[in-house]
Design a protein around this ligand. Sequence first.
Ligand SMILES: Cc1cc2nc3c(=O)[nH]c(=O)nc-3n(C[C@H](O)[C@H](O)[C@H](O)COP(=O)(O)OP(=O)(O)OC[C@H]3O[C@@H](n4cnc5c(N)ncnc54)[C@H](O)[C@@H]3O)c2cc1C
Length: 489
Amino acid sequence: MGARTGAQYLERLNAMTPTLYVDGEKVTARVAEHPAFRNNALSFAALYDLQHGKHAAELTYPSPTTGDPVGISFLVPRSEDDLHRRREGAAVWARYSNGFLGRTGDYMNAALTALSTAAEFFGRADPVFAERIAAYYEYARENDLLATHTLIPPQVNRAVSGSAQAGAQVAARVVEERPDGIVIRGARMLATVAPIADELLVFPSTLLRGTAEDAPFSYAFAIQNDAPGLKYYCRSPLYRGGSAFDEPLASRYDEMDALVVFDDVFVPNERVFLLGHPELCNAFYAETGASQLMTHQVVTRTLAKTEFYLGLAASIADAIGIGGFPHIQQDLAELISYVEIEKALLRAAEADGAANAEGVFLPKWDTLNAARNWYPQQVSPRLAEIIRKFSASGLMALPGEADFETDGRADLDLYLQSAALPARDRARLFKLALDASVSGFAGRESLYEYFFFGDPVRMAGALVSSYPLDAYRARVDELLNRSPHPRRS
Ligand SMILES: Cc1cc2nc3c(=O)[nH]c(=O)nc-3n(C[C@H](O)[C@H](O)[C@H](O)COP(=O)(O)OP(=O)(O)OC[C@H]3O[C@@H](n4cnc5c(N)ncnc54)[C@H](O)[C@@H]3O)c2cc1C
């Protein structure tokens, strides 16, 4: 099949029979038509259509096995130019959603692409694992599948390991090993876009201690989204059913999050990529190149999002005539700096990239690691904050689209006009500002950007422990030990 169209994506989604719970309802069929998931699925369908329109050249490349076009995020980078191609493809999708879709297929495809090349890594456990992940990657590439993933055990008691929580009865674990596969019981949180995905990747995350108790929690596998026994418990939708005028972001980009329950789910051997080997589970991302390719996609997306917030802030400033005030310019300068720094980080990571032992050309990790630590804590919170600061009570004196169709229209046209915009256009712009900074959708976005790539506190620890600090310490030592100039007499 190769690169899918939107219609092919929706058709497959509607044919699947997952088990989803949302707001008291159990959904098991025609997911793409359900109001809780439909609009998000339509946004994803639009992305798949871009693979066949004017962006086909950026978004696809010829399959190494069939020659048919397949998604560019499956391209194994062998050169800096390949990294550029991957970024340009990711940027097309990221700009389309202005970075509000965090789980476009290219995110997990980046991980699968790196993992498929890590033959030596998987071979340390058993070469059969390397063969299985490579075959699975090819299956995902040739069918252009959308994967969700889940890494974290439920939040019962973070003071103890997953295996020690609630008598080891909660976190997803291997409860049976059969000749033809494994059986998984328990839960994981959280899986974003689970309802509209084709596949679920269940990869290692929490650090395993390598003890006997941790053995049942040491695994990596993939399962189709409608596997028997697999259940998703969704949060309530953030899209409240309003028009695109009233909910411009939520009506398009509400990426559903779900708790994942494995009710004795059978995983056939060909989909088990690691079993046991906690030391390899702990190194799953760092030593395979998955961290690099995923973060390369993430920074491309967050750049598109930062650019969007810059445009939104500038539009609000124009609309209500605040662009000349020094503190407004200071905030715009801050946003411009974020955009330019993110661009530079991406280019630097590519330019300073290098081939690993498998001949895969990876972007420089120290640069990307700095970017993924910086954005959630320094940049993302400022985006919404600046929009709120610019807009002030304009975010609340804000009638909806329907109010412009009432006999109050003349009042609204007069009293809600702005320096640059007629009332209705100003209301539409400020509804966007509301959805980008204050609404339930905006709140979830802030939470997402802060946590989705891991706990920033522990990511900071990982940055410090992996960064080559000795060279900088040596500079301090060198100064302290340098022969002194004569003292002042
Ligand atoms: C909107 C959203 C979408 C997400 N989507 C996905 C997804 O699709 N797939 C997926 O796998 N994950 C997803 N995640 C989960 C994400 O990976 C986690 O939120 C993140 O790793 C933090 O884990 P946690 O939420 O369990 O927080 P916890 O680990 O429970 O942390 C809670 C608080 O306690 C602190 N804390 C806990 N343990 C420690 C410790 N050992 N040392 C120091 N501080 C600690 C944390 O700093 C934090 O302040 C998503 C998260 C969000 C918010």
